[in-house]
Each structure stands twice: as C-alpha cells, then as structure tokens.
Design a protein around this ligand. Structure first.
Ligand SMILES: Nc1ncnc2c1ncn2[C@@H]1O[C@H](COP(=O)(O)OP(=O)(O)OP(=O)(O)O)[C@@H](O)[C@H]1O
Ligand SMILES: [Mg+2]
Length: 330
C-alpha cells in the first residue's frame, strides 16, 4: 500500500478574543494512493482547517504546532514548511481543490467557456485557441455537461448542480493525481448530489485519482470513499475501511452518526440525531472529547484522554479512540 499523503501529529489552534481555540488536536491520518478517503464529522470539527493546512491557506490567526508534519508521496519534505516555489508546483500540478460552497465562486460576468479557457491558459500560455476550446469541451464532457449548452452560458443561467460540475471540471484542468473536495454537494438537492457523486465515482476510477472527500454526510461519502476517517472536536474518533465502518461501527460517535442517517420506513423518514451540542474547543474537557454526548460514558472517560489504538486483527487499518475495552476484545 502506497500513501499519497501523510498527516502526522497535526495541531492547529486559532487565536481568538476568548483564548486559543484548538481546532485540530494531534491528528495523524494516512491517505492511500488511488483511493478515496472520506473525512467525516459534524460542523466545526476541523475538516476545512485540515484541508487549508494542506493547501497552506490557513487564516492569519492560525498557529501550527511545531511537531506537525504533512508529507506528500513519501517525499521527506514537510509541506507545512516548504518554500513557496515548491508549493506552487504541489498546489497546482499535483493536487487540486474544490472549495466549500465553490459553486458560488464563478465569475458572474464571464461565460463558462471564458472561465475554463482562462484557467487553461493560466497554466499553459503556449496552447492554441483551437486546442484550448477542444480541451474545454473535453473537460465539460468529463463532468457530463453538454458543451453546446454550457459554453456560452453565464453562471446564473446554470443550475447549482451544473455550476458545481463546472467547478469540478476546473479542478481537472491540470490533470492532477490528487483532488481534495470540501463538501462538494452541500446546498444541492438530493438527486443532484447523487448525480455528482456518480460522476466523481467514474472520474476516480477512470483516472485512478487519489481523493480526500470532506463531508458531514456519512451516507453520501459511502458511495465514493474506500476509507473513512471520523472526527469529533478536532480529534480522530475512528478510522476504518468504509464497508467495515458501515457494517460494524465501533466508536459510540460513529454509531450515533450512522443512527443519524435518514431512512425511509413506509412513508415516514426517520432520522435520529445525536443529543447534545458540540464541545467547547477553547476549554476542552479533561478526558474524552465526546464524553458529554456519549451514551456509554463511564468514570475513566472523564479523567483520561483515550489515545487512538489499532483494533486487533485489522492490520492497522482500523483504529478507534475509546476506553471501552469491548471494542478491542472482540
Ligand atoms: N479563522 C478562525 N478563527 C477562529 N476560529 C476558527 C477560524 N476558522 C475556524 N474556526 C473554528 O475552528 C473550528 C473548526 O472549523 P472548521 O471550519 O475547520 O470546521 P469544519 O469541520 O470544516 O466545519 P463545517 O462542516 O461547518 O464546514 C470551529 O470551531 C470553528 O469555529
Ligand atoms: Mg468546512
């Protein structure tokens, strides 16, 4: 198994008026090459912060811990500390990004063809106009948009789902091997979401792309992700291959998230959410970060922080941060 990206001991705090907010806390994740890793958790658990640290676009009030490392393709350089020139190469040639709420970031005054062609030209000024048009059409086909219908349109003439597909096409301009998608389908209706996930599944397979898929929606991630990383309050709760996680969730938080997936029972859609509110990240509790909302909480959880541990017999592919011994003694 080869890794495309490794995050080691990532710590990120934001300086705020009320003190330091620990948004990512000693997080280590490996992302397998040619696979999709879903990073899942409720709003505010630190998903975008992680991605922004990979792309080096954290806001000015963010502080990165000094032992934190992000390693791309086994190269021993730490992305968090490399020079700007090297970063440019990483950011645009090897990795590309679809930002949260990106469908609203298209320029309203330019036709879709102009926006796509501009981004092709930005990276290859020697390309002829004819080739540039051909490439634009090819990119639109890849996201199942009809160039004849879309090329001359302005963003407001397209639906949200079509705009989002244009954004995905833009992320493909430089044929990256690695794509990061932050909530790519939020704000779209369920049918459109599902269609976009179908397109992403196809693209991933065709091009053997490595992907990070950020979402709070475990059910849609399941369609695409080979592996899942479950986060809560800036910490890892559980890591597992997707099927294993679905068939046999181990952490009480993962069980809660699965319970929160809507399912249709006759005519009634049932959805059970997890009780309680997200943790205070400025004054984090001693012990487990999930203790206040955990149905299985016991004494030790309030005193001792549970380290993330390998589940026996999983070849290091399953990890859980929980004090419940039954998880590790199956
Ligand atoms: N610039 C900032 N200054 C202070 N706090 C911040 C800043 N950006 C994010 N935070 C806080 O850091 C935590 C993690 O935020 P982040 O945006 O990474 O979460 P997220 O998992 O992406 O959430 P969402 O699902 O809503 O996009 C949250 O508590 C958030 O309020
Ligand atoms: Mg986010």
């Amino acid at each position: 198994m080869e890794n495309i990206l490794e995050i080691k001991n990532l710590d990120i705090s934001y300086s705020t008026h009320n003190g330091f907010l620990k948004s990512v806390d000693n997080l280590s994740i490996t992302f397998e090459k040619g696979k999709v890793t879903g990073v899942i958790g409720e709003s505010g658990c630190g998903k975008t912060t992680i991605i922004n640290s990979i792309m080096k676009i954290l806001p000015a009030n963010a502080q990165i811990g000094k032992n934190s490392r992000i390693i791309f393709k086994g190269n021993d350089k730490n992305l968090l500390t490399i020079r700007k020139g090297e970063l440019q190469d990483f950011r645009w040639r090897k990795a590309s990004m679809v930002f949260q709420a990106a469908q609203n970031s298209l320029n309203p005054t330019l036709q879709i063809s102009e926006q796509l062609m501009d981004s092709i030209w930005d990276h290859d000024s020697s390309i002829s106009k004819k080739d540039c048009i051909r490439k634009t059409e090819k990119l639109l086909h890849m996201v199942r948009l009809n160039p004849e219908r879309v090329m001359d349109s302005y963003p407001h003439q397209l639906s949200g789902g079509m705009r989002q597909r244009v954004i995905i096409a833009m992320a493909l301009v430089l044929e990256p091997e690695f794509i990061i998608l932050d909530e790519p389908t939020t704000a779209l209706d369920v049918i459109t979401q599902s269609f976009i996930f179908d397109i992403l599944v196809d693209l991933q397979k065709q091009k053997n792309l490595s992907m990070i898929l950020i979402t709070h929606d475990l059910a849609s991630a399941a369609k695409l992700a080979h592996n899942m990383v479950i986060m809560y309050g800036g910490e890892l709760m559980e890591v597992a291959p997707s099927m294993k996680l679905f068939n046999n969730p181990l952490h009480p938080y993962t069980k809660g998230l699965l319970g929160a997936i809507p399912f249709i029972d006759g005519d009634i859609i049932t959805k059970k959410s997890i009780d309680g509110t997200p943790p205070d990240l400025i004054n984090k509790p001693i012990g487990c970060i999930f203790q206040d909302r955990c149905p299985k909480v016991f004494d030790r959880c309030k005193k001792e922080h549970p380290e993330i541990r390998d589940v026996p017999g999983s070849d290091g592919k399953r990890k859980v941060a929980c004090h419940l011994e039954e998880i590790f003694n199956e």
